[in-house]
Write a protein that binds this ligand. Structure first.
Ligand code: ARG
Length: 301
């Protein structure tokens, strides 16, 4: 009898220990991914009740940029259409907060927004501060220069010289690509991709690391740009950054993404963004909060 008691006690201790471990590792082990959208909706918890707060960095056509509607800058891009679509599907009101790219990472890390939709690469270094949705788009990476300088760089390795000023967006994986591929060059970090484009054109920068699709989109408005060499990168594809540990929201976002990708909704957003990006887009300065400070028009062909 004593032995039985001792054994039961041991088993109890072991069980409580295991339970303790469990709660420490994952506070919520509910399998949200297997739930339907209708089941997930009542479980959704957002920064502001009833609202989906989304940070973005609108210097990244065709993902997110300002288009001019009767001379008035307006947020556009497939990330923005997708943000509205997700909010609608979740029954939430959308609130977009524009800011510089490195700010989007901080905002999401500090849980001041629910999502960050800014053409994020699933960079493992970011996993501590956010969760990633499934990949919804693949844009590739490139070394970009201007037509007049293309001959200087027969290969990517030729850009790795101290005399060259090479740009990359602050806080982006492209900065890592610059450090990896052109460590000897003067690497210049700028807050906005549109600043990098402007400095390539003005001659302040000799080259830059930019996502291929984005560089090609800006090259349509600025034919001086030359998207020169593809650059290898492991964590390819774009994801939505989701507030860390918000299991129901992550599952709901992935559900909506899967539908939008499967039924052509997302393809439609991309098509529309490409048309808008090749029209009158706002390339002027963006103020500290990422909003336009002046209404200038990009040259059209
Ligand atoms: N994909 C790159 C990254 O995650 C660059 C994204 C830049 N996005 C933007 N909206 N400017 O680091």
């Amino acid at each position: 009898m004593k032995k039985f008691f001792a054994l039961t006690l041991c088993a109890c201790l072991l069980l409580s220990l295991l339970a303790g471990c469990n709660t420490e590792q994952a506070q919520d082990d509910t399998d949200y991914a297997s739930m339907s959208l209708e089941e997930l909706k009542p479980l959704l918890n957002t920064v502001k009740e009833g609202t989906l707060t989304v940070a973005t960095s609108p210097d990244f056509a065709p993902y997110e940029f300002y288009t001019l509607e009767d001379g008035v800058p307006k947020l556009a891009g497939f990330d923005m259409s997708l943000a509205q679509y997700i909010a609608d599907q979740l029954g939430l009101t959308l609130e977009i907060v524009p800011m510089d790219f490195d700010g989007t990472i901080n905002e999401l890390g500090a849980k001041r927004c629910d999502l960050s939709m800014a053409g994020y690469s699933p960079d493992p270094a970011r996993e501590k501060s956010m969760d990633f949705s499934d990949v919804y788009y693949t844009g590739g990476q490139s070394f970009v220069t201007v037509q007049d300088k293309a001959d200087l760089f027969p290969s990517l390795a030729d850009a790795n010289k101290a005399e060259y000023h090479i740009g990359a967006q602050m806080g982006s994986i492209q900065y890592g690509l610059a450090q990896e591929n052109t460590p000897d060059a003067d690497i210049v970090q700028l807050p906005k991709v549109t600043d990098i484009i402007a400095e390539l054109i003005s001659g302040k920068l000799d080259g830059a690391f930019i996502e291929s699709v984005v560089a090609e989109t800006y090259a349509k408005n600025y034919p001086e740009l030359k998207v020169l060499h593809p650059v290898p990168y492991d964590a390819e594809g774009s994801v939505i950054g989701v507030s860390k540990g918000n299991g129901p929201l992550l599952a709901a976002v992935n559900k909506v993404l899967a539908t939008a990708l499967a039924d052509g909704t997302f393809a439609g957003f991309v098509e529309e963004a490409n048309i808008l990006a090749s029209g009158n887009t706002y390339e002027g300065l963006l103020g500290e909060n990422g909003q336009p400070t002046e209404a200038t028009e990009a040259p059209t062909e």
